[in-house]
Design a protein around this ligand. Sequence first.
Ligand code: 4NP
Length: 156
Amino acid sequence: MIKIIFVCLGNICRSPLAEAIFQHKVNQKGLQDKISSDSAGTANYHVGDDPDTRSIAVAVKHDVPIQHKGQQFHHTHGEEFDYIMAMDQSNHRNIIHELGYKHEGLFLMRDFDPDGKGEEVPDPYYGGADGFENVYQMLDRSCDELLEYIVKEHNL
Ligand code: 4NP
């Protein structure tokens, strides 16, 4: 099983949405026995919490099932996961700090976005619903390219 974890700050807005979108694409391709996804936050503010209602709303709008309970990113995730996808540069730095080394599967999510390579997925927490739709579109594009990359990389 190839294991991927999506990481943001709070694990209620961006990363559970990324996990939901990615897993939905995996399922649609019938790859659910080969690839699994999870998400976490670098902070502990929302451990045990459901995704933000605005992330749930945008997922529902696009017919993507979403279900997650907040968890904090922990250094043991470094051995457990093949890919660690940071939403922004701050998450990326915090992940390296928590791990104590640079994991070879650590990427910025938008390294895979054809429309904004290497840019950040902005934190939509303090904004409105349009921010969540914007994040959805970035994640959707990035998940397509990420899944394509993993399928090729592992001959799935
Ligand atoms: P996320 O958004 O990192 O995309 O889950 C945030 C959610 C909550 C907080 C910050 C960002 N917060 O400060 O509680």
